[in-house]
Design a protein around this ligand. Structure first.
Ligand code: FAD
Length: 508
């Protein structure tokens, strides 16, 4: 199959990229069913932009930079803050039914480490509403073909190293070779590589593995954001209790009803996520269970303000109107990914990346709440525009090597689960050298003899994450080490890893 542009991933980032390209054929491949089982559709709290009368892009940028703990990329931060209001206006024009206040203006929620109310939302199902609107817009585009249930497995590179397409696996298992002038990776993050996660289990960093194996630079993989308030129930993944619940005044307490954030940070429950996640994890390590108590602040309004969370909690036997909600930290967002510039260019010609799969430097060492849907929209559209402005290449020159897949051997799910357990144990909220080294040894052993391509990719991303985390001998933002508990000015920079091209026979 031939196309002009192959977009891999149909979350907000991939869809925004596709909508910015109207001059050539675009194929969008999505492993997950369209609009389902992807982080974009699960986003609850909302989408941040400086829209309030007392707010400004400069203040949104300042909050984003502060969350980034000294290493956010200034240009990326300024671009996001400046372009976020237009991204919301575009969504309104596409029909996203954002909540409104009595005057008809957008109702803006408050979330942790934002100095102002700036989170637009559609009840607690913002991501689903946005994804639906973008999908409708994409479906109306005559130049776009949607390939649903199709998994990209490897990038194709030409003899010059440029990316020329990808090998896809069709739903029946057939391999499809797609050549394209440009490939946009929008495959999301790798939270699904953790045993305790709020993300879809399909978020396993496939794009990061594909790009790295093709030789693209990767960045900032050690920074994984843990959400402090996943619903603590036996479920995989764990349901999320949005930060917006704390924004409405719910408080974190232990089993005795004592507030755990008191004396930790003046912003208490609305301190940056890493601070809150560490405090919850520390309470758990000391043998205390942690609860989010919304009874006083929200009480009877809970079902109306947070209908999705209410339904899930009730389904788990917890009534948030009358009982504290049991919570625990879980992997939630991966800051690192394929290194890009502000227009989504990766280090490889022909390859762009955007959304959670990419690392622009926007988040530095920690992501500000509700900055990632808007990141996908702003940087996805920028990548799409850059692709549209790029010259069409001579596809006749073809591709160098078409790799063959690793046939599945045995129960590859069991090996995948080993990777996930080791990620949560060794690369969780609080890390140290011994735990990370143990995890890395396992990932390297699995990489050397993988039972399937997907487990080979999982181990590849996990090992790269462990190496980046071991090399950062300090604590900063989302990366916290018991053996190096302080930030070290010598590490006040981002991490760039060269992509690794392994021997083709082993890892196809
Ligand atoms: C529970 C939850 C709540 C959240 N709440 C918020 C919030 O309120 N506000 C906010 O800003 N952010 C929130 N986030 C984060 C935000 O949703 C994500 O960062 C963002 O949606 C990522 O968008 P994306 O397009 O990059 O990736 P995704 O939405 O993850 O989409 C990835 C796409 O790539 C496809 N894909 C992956 N691998 C392959 C492959 N090999 N081949 C083909 N297709 C592939 C998937 O099927 C999917 O279509 C939340 C995340 C979670 C998990």
């Amino acid at each position: 199959m031939k196309t002009g542009v192959l977009v891999i991933g149909a979350g907000v980032a991939g869809l925004a990229a596709a909508l910015a390209i109207d001059d050539r054929p675009v194929a969008i491949a999505s492993e997950a069913p369209l609009g389902r089982d992807l982080a974009s559709a699960w986003a609850q709290g909302g989408i941040a932009a400086a829209l309030g009368r007392d707010d400004s892009p400069a203040q949104h940028a300042a909050d984003t930079r502060a969350a980034g703990a000294g290493i956010a990329d200034d240009a990326a931060v300024d671009v996001l803050a400046a372009e976020a209001p237009l991204a919301i206006a575009t969504l309104v024009a596409l029909g996203v039914p954002f909540a409104r206040d009595g005057d008809g203006a957008l109702a803006l929620g408050l979330e942790g480490a934002h100095a102002h109310r700036r989170v637009a939302h559609v009840a607690d199902a913002t991501g689903a509403a946005i994804t639906r609107a973008l999908l409708d817009a994409v479906r109306a585009r005559p130049n776009v073909t949607l390939l649903e249930g199709v998994r990209a497995q490897r990038l194709l590179t030409g003899p010059d190293g440029a990316v020329r397409g990808a090998v896809l696996v069709a739903p029946a298992g057939d391999l499809v070779v797609v050549t394209a002038d440009a490939v946009v990776l929008a495959t999301g993050g790798f939270g699904g590589l953790y045993a305790r996660t709020t993300t879809p289990l399909g978020s396993r960093g496939a794009g990061i593995a594909m790009a790295g194996r093709a030789g693209a630079a990767l960045a900032d993989l050690e920074f994984v954001q843990f959400h402090p308030t996943a619903l603590h129930v036996p479920s995989d993944p764990l349901p999320l209790v949005s930060e917006a619940v704390r924004g409405e005044g719910a408080v974190l307490v232990d089993g005795a009803g004592t507030r755990i954030m008191t004396g930790i940070d003046p912003r208490a429950e609305l301190a940056p996520r890493d601070v809150v996640a560490r405090t919850v994890a520390a309470a758990e390590r000391s043998g205390r269970s942690v609860f989010l108590d919304a009874r006083t602040a929200i009480g009877a309004r809970f079902a109306e303000r947070f209908p999705g969370i209410f339904a899930v909690a009730m389904g788990s036997g917890v009534d948030p109107r009358t009982a504290p909600i049991p919570v625990t930290p879980a992997a939630h967002y991966t800051i690192g990914g394929v290194a890009t510039d502000l227009d989504g260019h990766t280090s490889l010609p022909g390859l762009w990346a955007c959304g959670e799969a990419a690392a622009t430097g926007l988040h530095g060492a920690n992501r500000l709440a509700s900055n990632s849907l808007v990141e996908g929209l702003v940087f996805g559209a920028r990548a799409g525009r850059a692709v549209a402005a790029s010259p069409r290449r001579d596809r006749a020159r073809g591709v160098g090597i078409v790799p063959a897949p690793v046939p599945v051997r045995g129960d590859d799910r069991a090996v995948l689960q080993q990777v996930r357990v080791a990620m949560s144990a060794g690369l969780g909220v609080l890390r140290d050298a011994a735990g990370m080294a143990r995890a890395l040894a396992l990932f390297e052993a699995i990489e050397a003899d993988p039972p399937s391509s997907r487990v080979a990719d999982a181990a590849y991303v996990a090992a790269a994450t462990a190496r980046a985390a071991l090399a950062r001998r300090e604590s900063r933002g989302a990366h916290q080490r018991a053996d190096y508990p302080y930030a070290d000015p010598a590490f006040a920079h981002r991490t760039l890893l060269a992509g690794v091209r392994p021997a083709l026979a082993r890892t196809s």
